[in-house]
Design a protein around this ligand. Structure first.
Ligand code: PEP
Ligand code: MG
Length: 325
């Protein structure tokens, strides 16, 4: 079994009817590079930059960040690396950053909201990423975006940081691709408008499930409500995939939902062909993709979209899963 999975590493994630799927890794620390490559990741769909920030005692300077991002980009030797700006707050704090006490931290001052309020921190991070960009294939992703104004402000800041760097004469990728995470229900509703503002969208199901169903992703008391198979979630994903296609912008998915092989097939059927997940799950997902056709994944997804309840969807997917084995 282990051998079989090792052999899979160098094979493409391709369906039986020839559709190429991309399987990338979610990473946080330098040690994840090795794990990602060992499992055959085709790059990084989500680099959670808050992780290296969390393991330090002070804010990393622009130069320190540049060094770190260079190491990551070089580690992936030209494979795409999608670098997400700081996503702190919620359950992720920094020991050296005073954070207000909030009654509802997940609905509070977190993620891009912090970056937009703490411009120096944000600008340092953007500059660090841009300065590292000649060392590989970097793209830039913004988390927790809720609306068009926010992303326009982000783009203004990015343009300003680029203009500053331009004056220093240091090399950087002037046309670095930028994307946003679609992880709020609001972003799903206006995915068509957001798609016009950026080069790509990436669905973050971890938060999307939490916010759509009002169920804290870390609270075991409401675990039953945190449900990837709730029809609202599946229709949301379909809607974003369709909006991206209509706008001619790629849509990927980087929530852990894709780590379950049957889910990956369902998501493929909903229109997603680019996944990012914890690297150790990549081989099993790849194996499932190589055994399935896009046509049957679509048929499965279309059936699921007609279903009214999570219970029915789970029962149906369990049957389909059994066919896979
Ligand atoms: C998500 O919300 O789905 C996601 C991938 O980001 P994170 O888990 O870091 O919030
Ligand atoms: Mg998230």
């Amino acid at each position: 079994r282990q051998r079989e999975l090792e052999e899979l590493r160098d094979l493409p994630a391709e369906t039986t009817d020839g559709v190429r799927v991309s399987l990338k890794a979610n990473i946080g620390l330098l040690s994840d590079i090795r794990v990602a490559l060992a499992n055959g990741a085709e790059g990084v769909g989500l680099y959670r930059t808050e992780f290296p920030f969390m393991t330090r005692k002070t804010f990393p300077s622009r130069a320190e960040q540049q060094d770190l991002y260079v190491k990551i980009l070089e580690g992936f030797a030209g494979l795409p690396v999608n670098i997400r700006t700081l996503d702190i707050g919620g359950d992720k704090g920094l020991p050296y950053f005073t954070y207000p006490k909030e009654d509802n931290p997940f609905m509070g001052w977190r993620s891009i909201r912090v970056s937009l309020d703490q411009r120096d921190i944000f600008r340092d991070q953007l500059a660090g990423i841009l300065l590292a960009s000649p060392h590989g294939k970097a793209s830039l992703m913004f988390p927790m975006v809720s609306g068009v104004d926010e992303i326009r402000t982000v783009k203004e800041i990015l343009a300003d940081v680029k203009a500053d760097l331009e004056r220093t004469g240091k090399p950087f990728d002037r046309s670095i691709r930028t994307g946003i995470m679609v992880e709020l229900p609001a972003a799903v509703q206006i995915a068509d408008l957001l798609a016009r503002e950026v080069d790509y969208l990436s669905i973050g199901t971890n938060d999307l499930i939490q916010y759509t169903l009002a169920a804290d992703r870390n609270n075991p008391k409401v675990k039953q409500y945190y449900d990837a198979y709730h029809p609202a979630i599946l229709h949301s994903i379909k809607r974003v995939a369709d909006a991206g296609r209509a706008a001619g912008k790629p849509v990927s998915l980087c929530g852990e939902m894709a780590a379950e092989p049957i889910n990956a097939l369902l998501l493929l059927g909903l229109g997603i062909t680019d996944f990012s997940l914890s690297a150790p799950y990549i081989p099993l997902v790849k194996q499932a993709i190589r055994k399935t056709s896009l046509a049957s994944a679509r048929e499965m997804a279309m059936t699921v979209l007609t279903m009214e309840s999570s219970r029915d969807i789970r029962a149906y997917l369990a049957e389909r899963q059994a066919e896979l084995e």
